[in-house]
Design a protein around this ligand. Structure first.
Ligand SMILES: NC(=O)c1ccc[n+]([C@@H]2O[C@H](COP(=O)([O-])OP(=O)(O)OC[C@H]3O[C@@H](n4cnc5c(N)ncnc54)[C@H](O)[C@@H]3O)[C@@H](O)[C@H]2O)c1
Length: 311
């Protein structure tokens, strides 16, 4: 059993990460601005932008491992300067506090947006599927803050050597368990709407990951962090694309310049490769929208035939 501190444990991703770690038998404390009443974990209410308070909590808790998720998680959901300042300040405070608390494993959430898709003046991948060697090109405060978070973690890994194991993961569009049943996603629409109208998911190349698969990734990283290069970065996504059509047809419709690159994405293949996580951590996603999504069953209108015949 490891004593693990999760920041942002009340969030869409954090709730599943906390549940997965608790279920695996770890002692978990969630640090967030809000509490959820989650079973099995202690919850501490804290604004992580407050450096002094953050250092004090980590000093008291003395976590062995820190999973850093807290952030303003949606691009343009707050003024650009607020997103940049909040996310980078929190990340700095958490990495510093992890050291003060004596943690020997620190994993932080970045985002696939660091590679720059959706840029207003165009973005064309050199090749598909995208992987951890794809160049970074953030174009807004959110994706830039994630690039800075990656750099903060890389700096700490260089500073501390192998005494502390650091990692970065870039979860694809996170789907929490209740969203399979129709709860709104972080973009406000439902998953069914996202599937029925490809415009919604096109900008992020139809990526997604079940929050519980991301929780399993965190477990896998904790188990093998000592064996992988310190500071390693991982994409964490599903084994298929969140789309009813194959991406070799769908991607060129939205990114005509990537038609040749998209040719390899056949038969439901995703645009983001998770081969690195499979190779280094023996992690693979196990959940797909094809079996998780509860599509509404078409219920015939009662007495429809009778009503029609009466009119
Ligand atoms: N949801 C996605 O699709 C997605 C994709 C890629 C990366 N990520 C990253 O994963 C992480 C978790 O995302 P999420 O979807 O669970 O987001 P979320 O908004 O559901 O959860 C974030 C949590 O952080 C907490 N938080 C924010 N500011 C805080 C502060 N100052 N002090 C303490 N707590 C604070 C919030 O209260 C919230 O519970 C984020 O770092 C996000 O950028 C998410």
């Amino acid at each position: 059993m490891t004593r693990i501190l999760v920041t942002g444990g009340a969030g869409r991703l954090g709730r599943s990460v906390v549940a997965t770690l608790v279920e695996a038998g770890h002692e978990v404390v969630s640090v967030d601005r809000i509490r959820t009443g989650a079973a099995g974990a202690r919850e501490i209410e804290l604004d992580l932008t407050d450096r002094t308070a953050t250092l004090a909590v980590f000093r008291d808790e003395r976590p062995e491992a820190v999973i850093h998720l807290a952030a303003i998680a949606v691009p343009f959901s707050a003024p650009e300067d607020v997103i940049f300042r909040t996310n980078t300040t929190i990340a700095w405070n958490v990495v510093e506090a992890a050291g003060v608390g004596g943690a020997t494993k620190v994993l932080a959430a970045s985002s696939p947006t660091v590679i720059g898709y959706g840029a207003p003046h165009g973005w064309t991948p050199e090749r598909l599927p995208l992987d951890e060697t794809t160049p970074l090109a953030p174009w807004n405060a959110y994706s830039l803050s994630k690039r800075v978070i990656e750099e903060i973690v890389a700096m700490a890994a260089t500073r501390d050597g192998d005494a502390v194991r650091y990692g970065i993961f870039r979860p694809c569009f996170v789907i929490s368990p209740e969203e399979w049943d129709g709860a709104p996603t972080q973009q406000g629409h439902t998953l069914l709407e996202r599937l029925d109208n490809p415009d919604h998911a096109a900008v992020s190349l139809f990526n997604y990951v079940d929050a519980r698969d991301a929780g399993d990734f965190v477990l896998a990283w904790l188990a093998r962090a000592d064996e992988v290069p310190n500071g390693s970065v991982f994409f964490v996504g599903a084994a298929d694309a969140l789309a009813r059509e194959s991406l070799d047809e769908l991607v060129p419709r939205y990114l005509p310049a990537a038609e040749r690159q998209a040719g390899v994405l056949r038969d439901g293949a995703p645009a983001f490769s998770v081969a690195k996580a499979a190779r280094l951590l023996q992690w693979a996603p196990t959940r797909s929208w094809r079996e998780q999504l509860h599509e509404p069953v078409a219920v015939p209108t009662p007495n429809a035939a009778t009503e029609t015949s009466l009119s």
